[in-house]
Design a protein around this ligand. Structure first.
Ligand code: BGC
Ligand code: CA
Length: 213
């Protein structure tokens, strides 16, 4: 029994001595890197983990650099960028929106396309002040209301149905049986200045972009 205990103790001591020796060997001469298995696995895991992190970071760097600058900007930067662009291009600021008053003529659809390409749309009139603003240019100008499904339901370009309108006398009339499905400012001397007219006609137009200042 005593011998058995001693033998067990001796084995434990030997293991301890061997373990100590191997660590000492590793620290002292640095050449013998033989580590016990669990430690080697831990070192490998840490190494692989670090490597993976580096790869993910590199991929992120590349993808961010490849992203178009407009997408990378946050909303505030985007707004500032657009504001600068509108001012340089001669858009005018009134109340809470920027407006572009064209000096060439296009169909209603083409005019709208122009506005959309500038991150804007044809003007939507929400107030009396805005209605007066749109007629001060004394030009036939498209506004952002149309008879979408030709059912007589006049709708703004943002999809909201027309509630408050400023039709001129006798309008909308589908003049002489024609499809007058788009709206222009025509009778600019009076507040009720709107006229329905064929969408293919060539007119000036007004774009609007709400400003988030
Ligand atoms: C009429 C409008 C019509 C336009 C067509 C005007 O004289 O008042 O209702 O849309 O002619 O050109
Ligand atoms: Ca008409």
């Amino acid at each position: 029994m005593a011998r058995l205990v001693n033998r067990e103790l001796a084995e434990v001591n030997m293991d301890y001595v061997n373990l100590q020796e191997s660590s000492v060997r590793m620290h002292t001469n640095g050449r013998n890197l033989a580590l016990p298995d669990p430690r080697r696995r831990l070192f490998t895991l840490v190494g692989v983990g670090f490597g993976l992190l580096c790869i993910v970071q590199a991929a992120l760097n590349v993808s961010l650099r490849l992203t178009p600058s407009a997408v990378r900007r946050n909303d505030t930067d985007q707004q500032r960028f657009l504001t600068g662009k509108y001012i340089k291009q001669g858009w005018v600021y009134f109340h809470t929106s920027f407006y572009f008053i064209s000096s060439t003529k296009k169909s209603w659809q083409e005019s709208r396309k122009f506005c959309q390409e500038q991150s804007a749309d044809l003007v939507i009139i929400n107030t009396e002040e805005e209605q007066d603003f749109t007629r001060q240019f004394h030009r036939l100008t498209w506004i952002g209301v149309h008879n979408v499904s030709r059912t007589g339901q006049w709708t703004w370009v943002d999809g909201t149905p027309l509630t408050k309108s400023y039709w001129g006398p006798g309008e909308p009339n589908g003049y002489e049986g024609r499809n007058e499905n788009c709206v222009e400012i025509r009778f600019f001397d009076r507040q009720n200045s709107w006229n329905d007219i064929p969408c293919e006609d060539q007119n000036f137009w007004i774009c609007e972009k709400e400003a988030a200042l």
